[in-house]
Design a protein around this ligand. Structure first.
Ligand code: DGL
Length: 260
């Protein structure tokens, strides 16, 4: 089974991509809705939560762990790598490598939660590869609640998208990393406001491409990643089930998980 964890249901964008690119895989999804959101919390707290989340997935039979949450990938990856011996995938490195490959003007934008943006992890990983690249970052804390309310096409949302992206547009970026689980659901609105010429890098797509590559190079893992998909939350409500089914395009039944 492939285990995916996130602070909530946003990581279903990674699950959706996984179902598209690796339909034979069985998924164990865990969304930490009881302690959601992670985006504004401290590194110490995120590390503790992320370790508990990963251990829960392992206890359920996961053989690969995917950190779908950008905030957890930004703040807890070292702690996870130190403790988890299974193949571990985070969403930041694949997106960074893609952005570095596709930028022509060496002018890249990053949007994410406050936690992700304040960690400066994208800029630092981009500069490890190419110190010439200019990186402009913007925290967009209102995007997550708007997406969860289903306000994808409202005029209010379009205005907020425009306001957040204006400084990045003024910098003349040619590539924009969507550094948060929820942002792929706002892709067309973001593309419209940032301009057609700016390439969007979707971290969900990129991380799943890495997993595909890993499975190709490690065929022995193939028969360990199949099985019946299961979806767990630390707090189950009918509201989340409704949104999740809409995002995944199929009915999702969540089970309650106790994670501590
Ligand atoms: N999953 C988080 C992320 O990708 C967004 C929601 C939150 O703040 O927990 O950064």
């Amino acid at each position: 089974m492939i285990g995916i964890f996130d602070s909530g249901i946003g990581g279903l964008t990674v699950a959706r991509e996984l179902m598209r690119q690796i339909p034979e895989a069985g998924i164990i999804y865990f969304g930490d809705t009881a302690r959601y959101p992670y985006g504004n919390k401290s590194k110490q707290t995120i590390e503790r939560y992320a370790l508990q989340d990963a251990h829960f997935l392992i206890s359920q039979g996961a053989k690969i762990i995917v950190v779908a949450c950008n905030t957890a990938s930004a703040l807890a990856i070292d702690a996870l790598q130190a403790e988890i011996s299974l193949p571990l995938f985070e969403v930041i490195t694949p997106a960074v490598e893609k952005a570095v490959r596709v930028t022509a003007s060496k002018n890249v934008g990053v949007i994410g939660t406050r936690g992700t943006v304040n960690s400066s992890i994208y800029a630092s990983k981009i500069h490890d590869i190419d110190p010439q690249i200019k990186v402009a970052s913007q925290a967009c804390p209102l995007f997550v609640p708007l997406v969860e309310e289903g306000w994808l096409r409202r005029p209010e949302t379009k205005k907020i998208v425009r306001a957040y992206l204006a400084p990045l547009k003024a910098q003349g970026i040619d590539t924009l990393i969507l550094g948060c689980t929820h942002y792929p659901l706002l892709k067309s609105q973001i593309q419209e406001k940032i301009g057609r010429r700016v390439k969007l890098v979707d971290s969900a797509e990129e991380v799943v491409s890495r997993i595909v590559e890993y499975i190709k190079n490690n065929p022995a893992i193939k028969n360990q990643i199949t099985g019946q998909s299961r979806f767990y939350l630390s707090d189950v409500s009918s509201h989340t089930e409704g949104i999740a089914s809409k995002w995944l395009g199929r009915a999702v039944k969540f089970e309650q998980a106790v994670v501590e």
